[in-house]
Unconditional design. Sequence first.
Length: 256
Amino acid sequence: MPQHLDDILNRLEKHSAITGHDIVDLRRAVFNDDFVCEGEADRLFDLNNSKKEKAVGWADFFVAAITNFLIRQTKPIGYVDAEHARWFIKRIAADGHIETETELRTLFRVLNEALDATDVLVDFALSEVKAALIDGEGHMGRTRLSARKSISLDDVKMIEKVLYASGGDGNIAVTEKEAEILFDINDVCIAEPDAKDAWQSVFVYGVTNSVMFYTPHKNISRDDALRSEEWLEGRGGFFGSMISVPNFGGAIADMT
């Protein structure tokens, strides 16, 4: 007879190690239609952060369980809401940044599988990438093969994946905060030779798809258009000159 998740957690919290048999029990409880509440998800995080010896398979289970909790046990299924995103960020960045490989894997698994990961989570993920590239912060920063303040091809692919995580319908709608982060990265970091074209493409496409711009999917108000101009003027440079161009579609085409 399958055990309830609460009973398994009670048992594991008293033990000094998590065995392979324990992980099998956890998988059965979590993935056999046993609803996981936020309190139980918290307890899984506590076990993950504990010094207990963990059998091979724990990390894979943890990543899958937390992903399942965030995107398959809240309605509508497939969407991460802002409340759960803030809870998740608090858990994986308790020390300011993501410090373990398992929690970093969980973040990117959620971003990859969610139909829409919410701006709250996407903004956070992009901030983590920025901290890794510029200051070498967090697990991501410590394990990068490239030097600080450089952008590799892998970095570009990661940034692109994060940006697309907020576009459930396949369209990028970059927030002002995300556009600011892209500018910060571009201002400080230098793309490696084999990443220059890819980075320029992601950077230009990301910024010009900021929600402050007119897009085929949404007309912005006069006030938002004025705010967009002021923001671009504040950033200066190439994009600042774009505010005088009324046809953004033509402007984007000219850049490619």
